[in-house]
Design a protein around this ligand. Structure first.
Ligand code: CAA
Length: 269
């Protein structure tokens, strides 16, 4: 990976299915199959896995943004033309592999944010759900339409969607397959903000600046407290928070952050 202050594009070959652009510590991954509305096939999943290999070992990483190429789609689902030919064991392997990759994405020790720039369906919605939060352009369309294809969500949708929007709303979307626009997605808590498509880049730049300014180990620790705590009963989750809170006082970020406040200067993390 490159030094913290550099900007780098990694477009790879002309047919690279996941492009990445790095500015300082923030990496933007773009799923790049616009002719298939960025549908997720095995090549995209493996390209995401390869990107994660690099991101997981990047000590300078401060955030990851994920979006789709073009102006029409974030990701319109898993690739139906591929799944059409799959046997049950092949479908099991496909979903297992995709779930493992999305779990790694979710567990990166930095905020991972979906910039949803259009259709966000099926596996695309599941990709967005594996991100810590999502923002959407006002043309975005969300849904889990798998039952219309004779299957169910397989990249985590039956588990992460109810955790994000509650079981009743998740069952509404998953069993009807109905699509919702960006404003409805906002009302149900599926996305944090809705903006014109042209504003997504500005949002990304502002976010990258905010993420780069904050104490990186504290950000990663906060993310761990939320994710690990959500999987536990409240009492043990609160005990986890106490331990992680105390751990912050054993590192140099707390000393610098509080000294900077008292000395009325910006903190240097
Ligand atoms: N897989 C493969 N190809 C796809 C695709 C997908 N999920 N979604 C779109 N495409 C392709 C289309 O086949 C089409 O290709 P051709 O030009 O070669 O015909 C191209 O992308 C453009 O799509 P449309 O012409 O259909 O565009 P549209 O504007 O008329 O419709 C759409 C857009 C409503 C998103 C429509 O493409 C659609 O319904 N796509 C499928 C959405 C879907 O069902 N997703 C869930 C998949 S199952 C899943 O994801 C399982 C899981 O949980 C893991």
């Amino acid at each position: 990976m490159n030094a913290k202050t550099e900007t780098t594009d990694h477009k790879g070959a002309a047919d690279s299915v996941v492009e990445w652009h790095r500015h300082e510590g923030v990496v933007r991954l773009t799923v790049n199959r616009p002719k298939a509305l960025n549908a997720l096939n095995e090549e995209v999943i493996e390209a995401l896995s390869a990107a994660l290999d690099a991101l997981e070992s990047d000590a300078e990483l401060r955030g990851v943004l994920i979006t789709g190429a073009g102006e029409k789609a974030f990701v319109a689902g898993a690739d139906i033309t591929r799944m059409r030919e799959q046997t049950a064991p092949q479908a099991h392997a496909f979903a297992s592999r995709a779930q493992a990759v999305l779990k790694r994405l979710e567990r990166l020790p930095v905020p991972v944010v979906a910039l949803v720039n259009g259709f966000c369906l099926g596996g695309g919605c599941e990709l967005a759900l594996a991100c810590d939060w999502a923002v959407a352009s006002d043309n975005a369309v969300f849904g889990q339409p798998e039952v219309q294809l004779g299957i169910i969500p397989g990249f985590g949708g039956t588990q992460r969607l109810p955790r994000r929007v509650g079981p009743a709303m998740a069952l509404d979307l998953i069993t009807t397959g109905r699509k919702v626009d960006a404003d409805e997605a906002l009302r149900m808590g599926l996305v944090n903000q809705v903006m014109p498509q042209a504003a997504l880049d500005t949002y990304a730049e502002t976010l990258a600046g905010n993420l780069s300014a904050n104490a990186p180990r504290a950000v990663g620790t906060a993310k761990r407290a939320v994710h690990d705590g959500m999987e536990q009963p409240l009492d043990s989750a609160l005990a986890l928070e106490t331990s992680l809170f105390a751990l912050c006082f054993a590192g140099d970020e707390q000393a610098e952050g509080m000294a900077a406040f008292v000395e009325k200067r910006p903190a240097r993390f």
